[in-house]
Design a protein around this ligand. Structure first.
Ligand SMILES: NC(=[NH2+])NCCC[C@H](N)C(=O)O
Length: 444
């Protein structure tokens, strides 16, 4: 039926959805997987899987291991660029979605024996560091002693330094010079920068640890040294043009160009992404590069990929490798239909969100009398597994591309969805197979 809306009015021989259904049924290749196929009502195609085939497949899976089921994509190495929060700024629910979706994709590829480079493309470069560094020097003359406890909340530190930057021209001047000194590689400035990054990194790590997600950081700063050469090569190929003082790449079908060198001579997000793509293709030899960000960045990636095709870095056909994909996702909304925020309009801190998920699932366990049956440790670990698992599941069960409303009550609802039960069964089968102790597994 979904197909019908796509071909309707396009001059095909089909008169309506049932006719399309019949055609699918008649053209379905014979396969031991399929027992029968029929078209019902307004055009639903029902395919009945063969019980025999299912029994054989499950048996094979139990004997040879579940990974014999893994599809084998024609890819040896993939880069999954996900999570990627910005240093000293908040890691928000958007980054949480990216972390959950990206980790899931990485796991699926790993399951299919693809070597996955799990990349955290953190925003650790840019003019805001001048301001942060100068503020650090001002607040902590012995800046090397400044740590998380001294600085406290890095977001608040960011805000305070921004206020200082906007209010005091002398500070602004110093901050601008600090950027130049940092980019020039001056030791004291590099050390201050590294320190700020380290504090942020520790914060991010707490979230990853709770979610059981592993990432390897190669932030924007890593690609910085590669940018001039990459832009130079693209210029030699005739791709880069002057436009209003900036250097840009025009992309067919898009009315704004991709700015690769700003009018002040500085590089930007796009120049970094071009250099990163070059690096991933040429140095890391990735066959598939996947970027997981909100849909708002779709055009940016579309332009970067098209520029790479124009430069001959990527083949033109869709089915050919190496290839790039942007995996976008919708916004997370609060109950009020606006961006998910706390009451005081701050973005929700991810650690707080995970704390809440855990404490709610703990309360539910106690309510069911588990407090008397289980040790404190068992309660804690189950509350974490269920709470964080619910956050992940609530995200993945939604349509990836549309916005969704964040709701703790629904998320931790005790009506366990069928999909989750299925996963539990699979895990039980796996553990029976590996431990051979059915009684123990069932008791657990
Ligand atoms: N290669 C990339 N541009 N990856 C995504 C980076 C995401 C960016 N730091 C953000 O917070 O929006």
């Amino acid at each position: 039926m979904g197909l019908w809306s796509k071909i309707k009015g396009k001059g095909t021989q089909f008169r309506g959805p049932p006719a399309v259904g019949e055609a699918i049924k008649n053209n379905l290749p014979t396969s031991e997987m399929i027992e029968s196929c029929s078209v019902a009502g307004p055009g639903f195609v029902n395919v009945v899987l063969s019980k025999n085939w299912m029994a054989k497949s499950i048996q094979k899976m139990l004997i040879e291991g579940i990974d014999t089921w893994a599809p084998m994509p024609p890819v040896k190495r993939a880069v999954v660029d996900f999570s990627s929060p910005n240093i000293a700024k908040e890691m928000h629910v958007g980054h949480l979605r990216s972390t959950i979706i990206g980790d899931t994709l990485a796991r699926m590829l790993e399951f299919s024996k693809v070597e996955v480079l799990r990349r955290n493309h953190v925003g650790d470069w840019g003019t805001q560091f001048g301001m942060l560094i100068e503020f650090l020097f001002e607040k902590f003359p012995n800046f090397e002693d400044a740590n998380e406890t001294a600085i406290g909340d890095l977001q608040a530190f960011y805000k305070a330094s921004k206020q200082r930057f906007d209010a005091d021209p002398a500070f602004k001047e110093k901050a601008q010079q600090a950027v130049v000194r940092l980019q020039g590689g001056e030791d004291k400035y590099r050390r201050a920068w590294a320190q700020i990054c380290e504090i942020s990194r520790n914060e991010f790590h707490k979230v990853y640890q709770r979610l059981g997600v592993h990432l390897e950081e190669k932030g924007e700063s890593f690609y910085n040294p590669y940018i001039p050469e990459v832009i130079e090569a693209l210029t030699k190929q005739g791709l880069v043009e002057e436009s209003q003082g900036a250097r840009v790449i025009f992309i067919e079908g898009v009315n704004i160009p991709l700015i690769v060198v700003k009018s002040d001579g500085g590089f930007n997000y796009a120049s970094t992404d071009l250099a990163a793509l070059w690096y991933r293709l040429n140095e890391e030899k990735a066959d598939w590069i996947i970027y997981v960000t909100d849909v708002g960045q779709q055009q940016h990636f579309d332009m970067v990929f098209k520029a790479a095709k124009r430069a001959g870095w990527l083949p033109h056909g869709d089915g050919s490798y190496p290839k790039t994909s942007h995996v976008g996702f919708g916004l997370v909304l609060g109950e009020d239909g606006k961006r998910f925020r706390t009451r005081n309009t701050e973005v929700v801190r991810l650690v707080d969100l995970l704390d809440e998920a855990k404490s709610r699932s703990k309360a539910a366990l106690i309510e069911r009398g588990k407090g008397e049956e289980w040790t404190e440790e068992e309660i804690e670990s189950t509350a974490e597994a269920v709470g964080y698992g619910a956050v992940k599941y609530a995200d993945l069960k939604n349509n990836r591309l549309t916005n969704y409303t964040f709701n703790f009550d629904q998320m931790l609802n005790d009506k366990v969805p069928k999909q989750l039960l299925f996963i539990c069964c699979m895990l039980m089968l796996e553990s029976v197979q590996s431990s051979g102790d059915l009684v123990k597994t069932l008791r657990n």
